[in-house]
Design a protein around this ligand. Structure first.
Ligand code: ATP
Ligand code: MG
Length: 251
């Protein structure tokens, strides 16, 4: 398996008026190309910070992030980012929101519009192109955010608790939709979640971080075959994986 991202002794320290805040402490791990990895850890431990460093939005304080598929060290992948809130612009229609990343790169064309329409189909929102965000449910808004993150055809998709604000049933549906999208597009996924069962159901691997400063507590492969169903939750193996993750979070 080709390595998409390799993190070596990564350290992140924020400096402000009050002094220094150690957030990421000596993290080392690799993520394979087209792997689906979930990050889990206590609130405030540095998960969002880690995603931002991996995506190249923040520089490391020390250590390195390599993208072995790329020639030079800082030549990062095309990335898509989905935030906890959909962060849609309320004055733009659904399709105008999806097209925004391309407009910011001055890449407006009729072809882009066709691409945006097909992304909206992919996330199950065909027919909602001209709707405004105010008329969407939370789950629909988050689908638009996923379509917007995919419009650039990212090689790595970062999702920061994308379903945190949704009710349990919508959340389960969005999880399986995300798997469908991931299987339809060749993309590496790194997703932060607070839900242990969501992490086990969706991912190939769960990385558990300690409380701040975040260290890697557990690197747990999830080898259930796909397609997976919700019934997995009632199996013994699922229970023992969940227990292992819970214990790692608590220590
Ligand atoms: N730009 C910044 N400057 C200074 N401190 C920051 C900055 N960004 C984050 N922090 C601090 O770093 C720590 C980790 O924040 P981060 O948002 O990465 O945590 P998190 O694990 O994503 O938390 P949550 O689960 O609540 O989303 C927090 O104490 C936060 O206040
Ligand atoms: Mg966060």
């Amino acid at each position: 398996m080709e390595t998409a991202i390799r993190v070596d002794n990564l350290i992140k320290v924020f400096t402000n008026d009050q002094g220094e805040l150690d957030v990421l402490q000596d993290l080392s791990f690799s993520i394979a190309s087209q792997e689906f990895v979930c990050l889990i850890g206590p609130s405030g431990c540095g998960k969002t910070t880690l995603l931002r460093v991996l995506a190249g939005l923040l520089p490391p304080s020390d250590g390195e992030v390599f993208y072995p598929g790329r020639q030079t060290q800082n030549n990062i992948y095309r990335v898509g980012f989905v935030f906890q809130n959909a962060n849609l612009m309320p004055w733009r229609t659904v399709i105008e929101n999806v097209l925004l990343p391309l407009e910011l790169e001055y890449r407006s064309s009729a072809d882009n519009r066709r691409r945006a329409v097909s992304m909206l189909e992919l996330v199950g929102l065909a027919g909602f192109e001209k709707t405004y965000p105010g008329d969407l449910s939370g789950g629909m808004a988050q689908r638009v955010a996923i379509a917007r993150a995919l419009i650039n055809e990212p090689e790595v998709l970062y999702l920061d608790e994308p379903f945190g604000a949704l009710d349990a049933l919508t959340r389960e549906r969005m999880g399986s939709e995300l798997i469908r999208i991931w299987q339809a597009k060749p993309v590496t996924v790194v997703m932060v979640t607070h839900s242990i069962s969501e992490a086990i159901l969706l991912s190939d691997r769960v990385l558990v971080l300690s409380k701040r400063p975040a260290q890697l507590k557990l690197d747990l492969p999830i080898s259930f075959p796909r397609p997976r169903t919700l019934d997995l939750k009632h199996t013994k193996t699922f229970g023992s994986l969940a227990g292992e993750i819970r214990r790692a979070i608590q220590v």
